[in-house]
Design a binder for this molecule. Structure first.
Ligand code: NI
Length: 139
């Protein structure tokens, strides 16, 4: 049996977005997304929860600590998305809808490249007090 100790760290950014699928016409978009489809967009204070495997630290030569994680997430996630309109970010602007699910996956895909030894376990995104999304990819 593998024991597993993980830790989860929270990061914050504020961003605008508009829920709109390019695969659907305007009418269906309005029906599906309601006021979240308003053309001018709206904002959220997003919380990103990054869960990493702590046990790997004991069995690896690679120095990877909380400071490294903080630096990485601030540089690659917070600096990129804070006070931006997500629909115009290159991850979404080609037609990916800016749902919380997709945002969690995009954050995962950015971080998994940089976090060594499969230590990234999960990415969660809190969009509103009622909505939480998470993505667990293959490491
Ligand atoms: Ni929204």
């Amino acid at each position: 049996m593998t024991t597993q100790v993980t830790s989860t760290h929270a990061y914050y950014f504020s961003a605008a977005h508009r829920l709109h699928s390019f695969q659907l016409n305007d009418d269906v978009n309005r029906k599906m997304f309601g006021k979240c489809n308003n053309p001018n967009g709206h904002g959220h204070n997003y919380t990103v929860l990054v869960t990493v495997d702590e046990e790997a630290n004991a069995s690896s030569d690679t120095l990877w600590d909380r400071k490294a994680l903080d630096r990485l997430v601030h540089e690659r996630i917070v600096a990129r998305f804070d006070h931006q309109h997500l629909n115009y970010d290159q991850a979404f602007s080609h037609g990916l809808t800016t749902t919380g699910e997709n945002l969690a996956r995009i954050v995962w895909e950015i971080l998994v490249e940089e976090i060594p030894d499969g230590r990234l376990q999960k990415v969660g995104v809190i969009e509103t007090r009622d909505n939480y999304f998470e993505y667990i990819g293959n490491t």
